[in-house]
Design a protein around this ligand. Structure first.
Ligand code: FDA
Length: 582
């Protein structure tokens, strides 16, 4: 039987697999990516692309390509609640960083902007870049099973065109094979939760809806249609794929009854019902049924098998976290694989992947499922849960217009219920605040002050080891760069300032002792980089002559508040610990 050899076998070409392959190839690691089908995602699926993901894409050199194709943030931001697109509007929520206050927070938090990048456009960007940098991509290739030995993994795959099987022998296998992951199953990773909590249908269609949407531009239009089946993700959803002509409807179905027969006629009737105008020409382009899941893996790895993406966190689309988290998993994993494969780090570094990412996966699964439940108060406020009589439901919805104390109470209740959906549609903290605790993070001995504000709503930058390096604009001559641009690029970076010479010397000693790529960055007046706004000085939480060291993923691995006669010893000790040698 034929055997293909590589360093890393990536199973799956979705956001998790494609981003893993891209990062590995960017770092010069040989990899083969296999994917079951003959094409990449052919429906829009994930779309909300948050700032942390855009920062990853920026570091991997594809941010501009994504921005060029994505719907920009200002067109995403009026989540509308209505009885149909042509019908009554019940309220709006400024979303996805478009509330003026949150807009400022987005601007301050990152050099990158959130955008709406449908998955069928995102995957080709990731995969093209991966392949152009060295990934060997095999379409029509299905992973079947694997065996591990002390020095590698051998996977059995099927060529679905030829109908035969062959082996791929790799040092590591990344299971990025989505929500029905066979890799996770074969590896026996322990999972918590369950699949199939509710049923949902996707209907993708083309229709010119500019007259119903362009004046209240949004990515999501929620249709609370009395009498409509309430299930799946809570109500009928009209999602913009491309403004204002390509769309997707998400519609719940009763899991016990099973998905309805997805005929074109049925799909068209659902679409027209949500549009509220059946004279609008609609071209259905695809339909599919899926289930809402509530499941996460407690650990992402089994020796040489490391899993990422929906394979290890399965949840509904609420908060738009799935593809984002998948790409961020990949970014966490790829540099660790590189350093272990080239012998710079011990295999123990790979244990920190699960330690750092599994808590994030669990958090987003819980958050996304909680967001579904938080839609119920909107229905309650409208009075549509109080009765099963459709006509009465409509009367209850109308009652909010009455000049009565009951009407006023209902209006107030509805405003509050819609405003509370901020935890789904504007949860900047959920997107940004990941702080890692693992053996690849060296604590600095200071007590953790925690978060001063609601950690789900508000991004709170910190330089505590484990946090992501805060973004600040600094300048080099006429060039403006983010601090995040100074770190990353697959290498460690040591940030210091005026008087931090001992850290520059320590970095030189560390490079010699450990053979790692470690660049030094000095920020301050007369230094290579200057901090004209003083933003960096406000954010860095160390003195001018202190040090912050970022890992290749721009998370802070080590910090020291000031100069130290033991700088070399401290820095080398920290790096040895991060690399799994200490
Ligand atoms: P994904 O399922 O995308 O990819 C799995 C890959 O593995 C595929 O390439 C598949 O062909 C391959 N594969 C599977 N089995 C295999 C085998 N045995 N052998 C070889 N290959 C195999 N997320 C988000 O961040 N923002 C958002 O706005 C949304 N919105 C959204 C809306 C809707 C309607 C849905 C259904 C989902 C979302 N999501 C989302 C979630 C998002 O789509 C999801 O989290 C990601 O696609 C997960 O990426 P993965 O790469 O992990 O799996």
């Amino acid at each position: 039987m034929e055997t293909v050899e590589t360093d890393v076998l990536v199973v799956g070409s979705g956001p998790a697999g494609a981003a893993t392959a891209l990062a590995l190839s960017t770092y010069g690691v040989s990899n083969v990516m296999v994917t079951r089908y003959g094409s990449l995602a052919d429906t829009p699926r994930a779309h909300i692309t948050n700032q942390r993901t855009m920062e990853v894409l920026r570091d991997l050199g594809v941010e501009d390509q994504v921005t060029a194709q994505a719907t920009p943030q200002p067109l995403m931001g009026n989540t509308v609640f209505c009885t149909s697109l042509a019908g009554e509007e019940l309220g709006r929520l400024r979303s996805w960083g478009n509330d003026p206050l949150v807009q400022a927070a987005h601007e301050l938090a990152s050099p990158s902007r959130m955008c709406d990048m449908p998955q069928h456009l995102m995957e080709p960007v990731l995969v093209n870049a991966a392949v152009s940098r060295g990934t060997a991509l095999r379409f029509h290739t299905e992973y079947l099973s694997h065996e591990q030995s002390d020095d590698g993994v051998t996977a059995l795959v099927e060529d679905r065109l030829r109908g035969d099987t062959y082996r791929v022998r790799a040092r590591y296998l990344v299971g990025a094979d989505g929500g029905r992951s066979r890799v996770v199953e074969n590896a026996g990773l322990p999972t918590v939760g369950r699949m199939g909590v509710a049923g949902s249908l996707n209907i993708v269609f083309e229709a010119d809806l500019a007259h119903l949407t362009a004046h209240r531009p949004s990515t999501l239009y929620w249709v609370l249609a009395p009498g409509a089946t309430v299930g799946g993700i809570g109500a009928g959803l009209v999602r913009c794929v491309r403004p204002w002509t390509e769309w997707m409807v998400v519609w719940g179905y009763d899991l016990e009854a099973g998905p309805p027969d997805l005929t074109e006629e049925f799909a068209r009737s659902v679409v027209h019902r949500l549009l509220g105008d059946d004279t609008i020409p609609v071209r259905i382009t695809s339909t599919s049924a899926w289930t809402v899941n509530h499941l996460y893996a407690e650990t992402y790895t089994d020796r040489r098998v490391l899993c990422a993406g929906d394979a290890v966190h399965r949840h509904p689309p609420s908060n738009g976290l799935g593809s984002n988290t998948s790409i961020q998993d990949a970014y966490n994993l790829a540099w660790k694989l590189k350093l272990v494969l080239d012998g710079t780090a011990a295999p123990a570094l790979l244990d920190t992947y699960s330690a750092e990412r599994a808590p994030v996966g669990r958090q987003i699964v819980e958050r996304a499922n909680r967001s579904i439940g938080e839609t119920a108060p909107v229905f309650e406020a409208l009075g549509v849960l109080a009765t099963s009589d459709t006509e009465q439901m409509w009367r209850n919805v109308d009652a909010r217009k009455a000049a009565t104390p009951e009407g006023a109470k209902q209006r107030q209740g509805l405003r509050e219920a819609i405003a509370a959906k901020v935890y789904e549609f504007n949860a900047h903290g959920v997107e940004m605040n990941q702080r890692y605790v693992s053996d690849a993070i060296v604590p600095d001995g200071t007590p953790d002050p925690g978060f001063g504000r609601d950690p789900e709503l508000y991004h709170q930058p910190s330089t505590r080891p484990g946090a992501k390096l805060p973004h600040a604009w600094v300048v080099r001559g006429r060039e403006r760069l983010s601090t995040l641009d100074l770190g990353g690029h697959g290498r460690f970076t040591l940030f210091t300032g005026i008087g931090g010479d001992c850290w520059e010397e320590a970095a030189e000693a560390a490079r010699k002792a450990l053979g790692i790529e470690l660049v030094t960055v000095s920020i301050g007046p007369g230094q290579e980089y200057e901090d004209p706004y003083g933003d960096w000085a406000r954010l860095r939480e160390i003195g001018d002559c202190g040090a912050l060291m970022t890992r290749p993923d721009n998370h802070i691995g080590f910090r020291h508040p000031e100069m130290s006669p033991r700088a070399g010893e401290l820095l080398i000790g920290a790096l040895r610990k991060i690399l799994g040698h200490g």
